[in-house]
Design a protein around this ligand. Sequence first.
Ligand code: ATP
Ligand code: MG
Length: 334
Amino acid sequence: MSALLEIHDLKTYIRQRKGEVRAVDGVSLYIEEGETLGLVGESGCGKTMTGMSIMRLLPPGGYIAGGSIVLDGKELVGMPERDLRKVRGNDVAVIFQDPMTSLNPTMTIGKQIAEMVRIHRQVKQEEALDRAAEVLSLVGMPNPKERLKDYPHQLSGGLRQRVMIAMALSCDPKLLIADEPTTALDVTIQLQILELLYSLKQRLKMAVLLITHDMGVIAGRADRVNVMYAGKIVEAAPTVELFESMHHPYTEALLASIPRLDQRADTRLYSIPGLPPDLSHPPTWCRFQPRCRYATARCREEEPELTGETPEHLYACFNPVGRAGARPQPAVAQ
Ligand SMILES: Nc1ncnc2c1ncn2[C@@H]1O[C@H](COP(=O)(O)OP(=O)(O)OP(=O)(O)O)[C@@H](O)[C@H]1O
Ligand SMILES: [Mg+2]
C-alpha cells in the first residue's frame, strides 16, 4: 500500500535579485495515513518551505524546481492552480505559528470558520455555522455556540490557536500541516495545544506533519522523525529509535539542546556552535562538516548520501554516532 503523502527529491528554490536560495534541496519523505511525522531542524533549514511546497503557498520568487509530491494518489507538482485549490483545505490544511496573522481581525470567528466550510462544501450559511460550532467544540472551546460571535482580539493566544485548528479541521483534511503550532504560546498553553493536536489526530485518524525546531515537542507525539539541515533530510527514524540511538551528529546536537526538567535553572542550554551554510551557494561536501565534532577529511570532499542498514532508519553521515570509527576530532580552524 502506498503512503498518504509521498515526496520524492523535492527542490524548492526562491529566486532573488542575485541568484537563488535552494530552500529545499532534494527532500524525500513520506507520511502514512493517520501517522504523525515530525520535521525538525534549526531556523532557516527549509522546514516551512517543505510544508508550503505541499500547499504550493510559496513566497514571491518561490517555485518548485523539481521532484514530486503525491498526496492520496494525486501528483501535486504541476497540478493547475484551479485543481490545487480543491486540495487545499479539503485534503490538506495548515496551521501556523501565529494565529493573529491568519485570522481576520474584523470578522467574527464563527463567520470565518463558516466561510472556510462554504469554500469547500455546498451548504447554507446556517449549516456552515453549525459546523463551525461543532469544530469549535471539537477543539475544546468552552461554550462554542456563544463564541461564534467573538472577534479574534477577544480571545487569548491559546484560544486563538484553537480557532485556527478548528478552521483547519472544518473540512476533515486527511493531512494537517502544523508549522510551529505552539512556538508563540507560553509553556502551559503549548502543552495543552500539543495534547489537543495529539487527541484530534487519534480521534479523526488524520495524518499530521508536525514542524518544529524543538526536539522536545516531538518526543512522545510523533511516530517518526525526519531531521532537516540546510535544505536536506539528514536523518529519518522512528521517534523512539532516534532518541535512543541517533546516528547523525546534527541530531545528537539537537537532542543535547532540549531543556531537561532536572536541569538547574541557571545552566546554559547547549547550542550548536557555528552557522548553517548559505543556501544560495550550498557546498558540494557535507553541509554540517564545519560544525561537526566528528568530521574527517572525507567529509570535506564528498557529500554523504541518505542511506542506512534498514529502510526505517536512514542517515547521511560518513562517521555516524555510535558506530566504530566515529570519534570526536580535534577542532579544525575554518
Ligand atoms: N520569503 C523569502 N524570501 C527569500 N528567502 C526566503 C524566504 N522565506 C524563506 N527563505 C529562505 O529559505 C530558507 C528556508 O526557510 P524556511 O522558512 O523554510 O526555514 P524554516 O526551517 O522553516 O525556519 P524557521 O524555524 O525559522 O521557521 C532559508 O534559508 C530562508 O532564508
Ligand atoms: Mg518555518
